[in-house]
Design a protein around this ligand. Structure first.
Ligand code: MOS
Length: 735
């Protein structure tokens, strides 16, 4: 009887966002607010020999300048700085802690002034003398220093031997440069400290993560720190870990005993975490009929000198393609840069790009249609763990995606399709991601006037969490969606993990279901106690809440209105809090899948590439909201186009600095780069993955898109570009 779940409901927070009523971390104005501006290191490695703040302090309106020498106390143990997303190995970075410099752009001082402009101009007057040390920022130059970490998947058989003996082989290296999240909203924190309690408005994907972190760093008790992030202008993983500006804002507030806001500039955000550059080696061996004998995937990725960040780049082939043998490896190279971090589909965006280009190249070597090769190698099991899937409608993704795209009209030979002066290329790829659930608790307060408040400490990073929660609660409580208010982004709300990993939809919605069931039980108890109750014999799972009534599912004539049940006991409100059941059951693999088909048109003389059509067919369990889901997938495709053709962080390795720390020169797709994007949701009922069959859509949209485009560029031009982005200079010299 679901009426909201699955519908194309508009965002419940849409009006608040477009009218400016929704406030972001840098918009909470409090009387006496002080503005902080960050002074950054211009060198990547060494020490501060001397820091002279006198020039800044002489500026009218400057209140103080904090450095490692005069900052308020902060913790001196690594553990205090470990947030829930911190890499296991290493020492988290401590802003303004001491005189050591670990990366270019590191904050060295915080200028505190009555207004932001004053703080900014004064920051330019802080003089730093450095004691420089030799630095390294070039992955390629340092690859011989790579060291192995645990691979995400175990080897199967002797892949090297099988590869050597295979009838058809493809072996190549692919490269993905450092990429930045570039969320529209700048990182900002507003900290208010009255000497006792600390309240922080922060741009974060995890208010409770930041709350615990601040308790550690500043040795405060949980009930002394409250962190809020009601709205976010994009996160993409950049806001999973506490970023340094939140520490600076709190240091400022503690030093001055006044509220302090620190907002980073776009350029300063290029000294935060990023998608690590990686070199991905694939070696695929097949028999002449096109089934895999050997699959090797080895990644070398960047981390900082002080933490070991790594994600699963290499294990995805185990999920997608049957292979008699397999080998996986992951190595890290430490560079003098900030620690890399999660960025939409971390590991998969990069690893699957390489895998899916390699499969295309193998198909060409085998003279088999690339989709046919994928179908021939299709795996119904996760070979790494030898598990069946809770559901896997990837075959249907291929079928429906290919049909919508017109794949059967593809001519096999490269450079064989044209549109006037443009070469036309068609490419395809597979996408895969995880379908996880994490423990989350949801509180529902149902009031006698038929209104319900649904609350948890999740953040809505722009994905539509407010909306899907309202939909699910409305259906489960039998109320119109306008009677539901959702509260998020406050660390004092019931426990919720960081908004990441595509796990929030499944986690919080299943928690809503459990809490709604508890509310239903309370209502039924009230209804049963009523005189001549028509529900006297009903159990909690024999009634539903529908249209403001408690209704017997066996006989819908037997019903009691929620209002009268509550009035009968003078109950003003029913409050319940429940957690989703996260299955301990390890008997199935849990994944989402997609098939992406891309058309490019390449100007033969200039090499200009346009992505004229993309079809992305995704199987991700139950789709809660067709509208927000469609937007999420479309956004993923747009980002995949950026990954394929535009995005690249350029370093001047002599200085260890990012050269294009702005969105003018760090290219991202603009409207003119985006043409037809067709999103197909393949039906995928799943009763195993979790009770509501939700798999999550946060990350799958980007996975495989860059590979489909790279494969299309090869098909158009006959030129295989393996290092991203595929810029026109790399394709214009056709061989
Ligand atoms: Mo996502 S990279 O887990 O925010």
């Amino acid at each position: 009887m679901a009426s909201y779940i699955g519908s194309a409901t508009s965002r419940v927070d849409g009006r608040a966002k477009v009218t400016g009523e929704a406030r972001y971390a840098g918009e909470f104005n409090v009387p006496g607010l002080v503005h902080g501006y960050v002074v950054e290191s211009t060198i990547p490695k060494g020490r501060i020999a001397r820091i002279d703040t006198s020039g800044a302090l002489a500026v009218a309106g400057v209140i103080d300048v904090l450095t490692h020498q005069n900052r308020p106390p902060m913790a001196d143990k690594d553990d205090a700085y470990k947030d829930e997303v911190a890499p296991e190995k290493g020492s988290p970075y401590r802003p303004l802690y001491d005189d050591s410099i670990h990366f270019s752009g590191q904050p060295l001082a915080l200028v505190l002034a009555e207004d932001w402009e004053t703080a900014r101009v004064a920051a330019s007057l802080v003089r730093v003398e450095y004691q420089k040390e030799p630095h390294v920022t070039d992955l390629h130059a340092q690859r011989d220093k790579a060291f192995a970490i645990d691979a995400p998947a175990k080897p199967r058989g002797d892949a090297e031997k099988s590869f050597a003996a295979a009838a058809v082989r493809h072996e190549a290296e692919y490269y993905i440069p450092t990429e930045y999240h570039n969320p529209m909203e700048l990182f900002a924190s507003t900290a208010i400290w009255d000497g006792g309690e600390l309240t922080v408005y922060d741009k974060t994907q995890g208010v409770q993560n930041v709350q615990k972190y601040l308790c550690g760093v500043f040795d405060m008790k949980p009930d002394e720190v409250r962190v809020m992030s009601p709205y976010m202008g994009g996160g993409f993983g950049a806001g999973l870990r506490p970023q340094y500006q939140v520490v600076l804002a709190v240091l400022g507030a503690r030093a001055l005993k006044r509220p302090v806001r620190v907002m980073l500039t776009r350029a300063q955000m290029y000294a935060l975490g990023h998608r690590p550059a990686s070199i991905e080696r694939l070696a695929l061996g097949a028999n002449s009929g096109g089934t895999l004998d050997a699959m090797t995937h080895e990644a070398i990725a960047v981390t900082s000198q002080f933490e070991e960040f790594a994600r699963n780049d290499t294990g995805w082939g185990n999920l997608l393609y049957k292979s008699a043998t397999a080998k996986f490896g992951h190595q890290l190279v430490k560079l003098d840069v900030p620690t890399s971090c999660d960025m939409r589909a971390p590991g998969a965006a990069t690893g699957v790009y390489a895998l899916e280009c390699a499969m295309d190249e193998l198909a060409i070597a085998l003279k088999i249609d690339p989709m046919q090769l994928r179908l021939q190698c299709y795996s119904d099991r996760d070979q790494g763990e030898d598990l069946l899937y809770t559901s896997k409608q990837l075959r249907e993704c291929y079928r429906q995606g290919a049909a919508a795209f017109g794949w059967d009209k593809r001519k096999v030979e490269p450079r064989s399709m044209r549109d006037g002066s443009e070469l036309v290329g068609w490419g395809m790829a597979t996408g895969v991601w995880e379908a996880l659930q994490m423990p989350a608790t949801v509180r529902i307060v149902l009031t006698a006037n038929g209104h319900a408040e649904v609350a948890t400490a999740a953040s809505d990073i722009g994905t539509g969490t407010y909306t899907i929660m309202a939909q699910v609660a409305a259906d489960m409580l039998g109320l119109p969606i306008d009677n539901i208010s959702v509260k998020l982004g406050d660390s004092t709300l019931p426990q919720c993990p960081v908004e990441g990993g595509s796990w929030i939809a499944s986690s919080v919605c299943n928690a809503i279901a459990n809490t709604a069931r508890a509310v239903r039980g309370d209502l039924l108890k009230l209804a049963k106690a009523m005189k001549d109750s028509p529900l006297a014999d009903a159990g909690v799972d024999e009634v539903a809440l529908t249209d403001g009534k408690i209704v017997s599912t066996r006989d819908t004539n037997r019903a009691v209105s929620i209002a009268s049940a509550m009035q009968s006991d003078n109950a003003e409100r029913i409050t319940r809090e429940e957690t989703n059941k996260v299955a301990e059951d390890k008997s199935h693999a849990r994944n989402v899948h997609s098939a992406i088909f891309a058309e490019v048109k390449v100007d033969e003389e200039l090499g200009v590439i346009r992505v004229t059509r993309v079809v992305n067919a995704v199987a991700a369990g139950r789709i809660l909201n067709l509208k927000t889901a469609h937007s999420q997938m479309m956004g993923g495709v747009v980002w995949g186009i950026g990954m394929a053709l535009h995005e690249e962080t350029l370093f001047d390795h002599r200085f260890g600095r990012v050269m294009n720390a702005n969105i003018a020169e760090y290219h991202v797709p603009v409207n003119a780069d985006i043409h037809d994007i067709d999103v197909i949701f393949v039906e995928e009922p799943d009763e195993i993955v979790n009770p509501l069959g939700i798999k999550g859509l946060g990350e799958i949209g980007i996975v495989g898109v860059a590979a489909a485009i790279a494969n299309a560029v090869y098909h158009a031009t006959g030129k295989r570009v393996r290092d991203l982005p595929i810029t026109l200079d790399k394709v214009v010299q056709f061989d």
